[in-house]
Design a protein around this ligand. Structure first.
Ligand SMILES: NC(=O)c1ccc[n+]([C@@H]2O[C@H](COP(=O)([O-])OP(=O)(O)OC[C@H]3O[C@@H](n4cnc5c(N)ncnc54)[C@H](OP(=O)(O)O)[C@@H]3O)[C@@H](O)[C@H]2O)c1
Length: 242
C-alpha cells in the first residue's frame, strides 16, 4: 500500500525520525530526510536506505523554523522526487527550565522549531498534496502536550499547539483527500531523553519501561496507511497519559 510513495521526514538524522525513515524505506517508500546540522548521520542513513531497500533517499539540510528555508527545501524535493505523498513533522527540540527563570529566547526557539516548523512544512507541501489529491501528514507531538509538564512550559505549549494544528489541518484539507494525524510519544530512548534514566516520571509508566524509537515508527506506518483515520492523536507512551 505504501510501496512507491515518497515521504518527507523532518529530523530524520537521529532518534525517532531515523527509525521512521528506516521503517518507511523498508516498505518501499522513497525518503527525503531533513536534518538541522548532522550531515554525516543523515547521509549515512540515506546511503543505507538506498543499499538495503533499493529506494530513492536524499538528505536535505534545513532549519524547519525558517519559513523561506522550508520553502526552498520543498522546492528542491519536488525537483528531485517529482512529488511526495507523506510528510512526517518530527523535528523537535527542548530548552527546559522553570517558567519563572525561562529566557525569552528559549521559549521562542522551542515554539519556532516544534510548532512553526510543522506549519512551515505543511504550508509549503500542501500544494503538492492538493495537486496530487493525496496526502498524509503525521505530526510528532508529545504526552507533554496532553498533560503539561513542570519545567517544560515552552515544550508543552509547542506540542499542545501541534495538536490544535493537526485537528484544524485535518478538517480543512479532508475534502482534498489529505489526512492529518498526530502521534504523542511518552518517554522514548533517544538523545533527547538519554540523560533522564533516573527521572521519577519513569516510575509512573504503567508498562514499566521506556519506549523505543521503533514503537513510534510502527505507529507512523499505521497512520500512513490508515485511509479512514484523520484528526487523531495516537499515544505511544506505555500508558503514562491514561
Ligand atoms: N524522545 C522522546 O522521549 C520524545 C517524547 C515525546 C515526543 N518526542 C518528539 O519526537 C521528536 C523526535 O525526538 P527525538 O527524541 O528523536 O529527538 P532527537 O534525538 O533530539 O533528534 C532531533 C532531530 O530533530 C532534528 N532537528 C532539530 N531541530 C531542527 C530544526 N530546526 N530543523 C530541522 N531539523 C531539526 C535533529 O537534526 P540534527 O541531527 O541535524 O541535529 C534530529 O534529527 C521530537 O519532535 C520530540 O519532541 C520525543
Amino acid at each position: 500500500m505504501l510501496n512507491g510513495k515518497t515521504a518527507v521526514v523532518t529530523g530524520g538524522s537521529r532518534g525517532i525520525g531515523e527509525a521512521i525513515v528506516y521503517k518507511l524505506a523498508s516498505l518501499g517508500v522513497n525518503v527525503a530526510v531533513i536534518y538541522a546540522g548532522n550531515v554525516t548521520a543523515a547521509e549515512s542513513i540515506c546511503e543505507k536506505c538506498r543499499l538495503e531497500y533499493a529506494i530513492e533517499a536524499r538528505a536535505y539540510q534545513c532549519d524547519v523554523a525558517d519559513f523561506n528555508a522550508a520553502k526552498n527545501t520543498v522546492a528542491k524535493i519536488k525537483a528531485d522526487f517529482g512529488t511526495a505523498q507523506i510528510l512526517v513533522n518530527n523535528a523537535g527540540i527542548t530548552r527546559d527550565g522553570l517558567l519563572a527563570m525561562m529566557k525569552e529566547e528559549d521559549f521562542d526557539a522551542v515554539l519556532d522549531t516544534n510548532l512553526k516548523g510543522a506549519f512551515n512544512m505543511i504550508r509549503h507541501m500542501a500544494g503538492l498534496f492538493i495537486r496530487g489529491r493525496e496526502g498524509c501528514i503525521i505530526n510528532i507531538t508529545s504526552v507533554a502536550g496532553l498533560m503539561g509538564n513542570a519545567g517544560q512550559c515552552n515544550y508543552s505549549a509547542s506540542k499542545a499547539g501541534l495538536i490544535g494544528l493537526t485537528k484544524s489541518v485535518a478538517k480543512e484539507l479532508a475534502p482534498k483527500g489529505i489526512r492529518c494525524n498526530a502521534i504523542a510519544p511518552g518517554f522514548i530512548a533517544t538523545d533527547m531523553t538519554g540523560n533522564q534514566t533516573d527521572n521519577p516520571l519513569l516510575k509512573m509508566i504503567p508498562l514499566k519501561t521506556m519506549g523505543e524509537p521503533d514503537d513510534v515508527a510502527d505507529a507512523a506506518v499505521y497512520l500512513a496507511a490508515a485511509k479512514y483515520v484523520t484528526g487523531e492523536v495516537l499515544r505511544v507512551d506505555g500508558g503514562i497519559a491514561i
